[in-house]
Design a binder for this molecule. Structure first.
Ligand SMILES: [Zn+2]
Length: 117
């Protein structure tokens, strides 16, 4: 079996943590030990927060286990597969639009040439 040098195994998908929560800790005491309170609402949405891409985000309420302070938090989740699919869809869409524009331009050119004859 041939061994390929270079890229370490799994470097593509393991370089980023998949989920990050803001605030990272309790606004009162800074503790990250928290108890979820009530429902967490998750939205599928591709975007960027704090310089990192995300593919969904969840909002909910939580209570600090250290000091008892209740606060809202947002967790940004990153799924590389979802991100790549979205990027591919976007590229497909741009390619279709580009082809559509090229077609319109060539049609306009054709009819212009025709008119000048
Ligand atoms: Zn606290």
């Amino acid at each position: 079996m041939e061994r390929k040098p270079g890229r370490p195994k799994g470097s593509k998908t393991e370089s980023l943590p998949t989920a990050r929560t803001f605030p990272e800790g309790c606004p009162e005491c800074g503790s990250t030990d928290r108890e979820p309170l009530g429902a967490v609402i998750t939205n599928d949405f591709n975007g960027e927060h704090d310089g990192r891409p995300y593919t969904s985000f969840s909002k909910g309420r939580t209570q600090c286990r250290n000091c008892g302070r209740c606060y809202f938090f947002t967790t940004y989740d990153f799924d590389p597969n979802k991100w790549e699919n979205a990027a591919r869809d976007e590229a497909d869409r741009e390619e279709r639009e580009r082809r559509e524009r090229a077609k319109i331009i060539s049609q306009q050119n054709a009819s212009r040439k025709h008119g000048n004859d």
